[in-house]
Design a protein. Sequence first.
Length: 337
Amino acid sequence: MLIVMNHNATQADVDAISRIVSDMGFRAEPIPGSERTAIGVLGNHGYVDDSKILELPGVQRVIHVSKPYKLVSRDFHPDDTIVDVAGVKVGGGNRQVVVGGPCAVESLEQIVKTALFVKKSGADMLRGGAFKPRTGPHTFQGLREEGLKLLAIASKESGLPIVTEIMSPDNVGLVAEYADLLQVGARNMQNFDLLRELGKIRKPVLLKRGMSATVEEFLAAAEYILAEGNDQVILCERGIRTFETATRNTLDLSVVPLIKELSHLPIMVDPSHATGKRSLVSPMAKAALVAGADGVLVEVHPEPEKALSDGPQSLTFPAFEQMMNEIGLLTDFLRKD
Ligand code: PEP
Ligand code: MN
């Protein structure tokens, strides 16, 4: 339930209502907005009788939210959330960002070389997996803590913030020491213990859509992180499973404007995992930006044919540079209004 206050309601009105909501056994979360304050009512498991609340001073109306998410919804928070990743602002109409880097950190030379190249081409952040969620256990599983240390060196040399995946709630402390943005992969979108732990830290989280997750499930997963107090969440569409096998997944670009309607959180797009095919990455990255994505996440490798994971979808350096030039022209055009 959401209690919307009049624009001239006082702080005392808000405090009084918050007290009454607590007395009813629920949690009140005041959400100040540019026009008016709203008070989110959390912890109820069904319809709450609003008759008492509607009579209180300062109350304009009560909205009953039946969705499984509240804190991530625009009803609760009309203004865009801007996520700050080590100084890089994502969302809220800020310049659309590009995250580039290999699927996995493989060696010091590979990650530093890639970091310097993507930085020179204009990328805003460096990606690279140290903990890799591979389909089978007999493939490269990532360099784990050693990979995080190599990312730290690459970040220092390039000046780029680090985006890296977190797979287990037990490793949140460790990964948060190194990462500027902690990625929850598609396979862990509903790892609820992990989401809860990430809600307790004060670092931003990139939550990827599960490959079979509905938009409602996606937003409900983000709600777990916000419910623990961390509102620095960026959503990421990375393709979903459909009957189509010509591409690795099916990029569901319509979720970009849809999520902008439903939620205040920024949304990025990963055309690499969505398509699985190098030649499709740049066209779909540009399409995502036109659709209004707050950024794109793209795999790049110095020698994709030798990559230990996801080589076929990784851009070569020249292909990444060309994509960045085209994105530069496109985003200049999109920002001229
Ligand atoms: C990745 O970013 O390397 C990755 C494993 O992505 P996803 O979780 O979207 O498959
Ligand atoms: Mn990958």
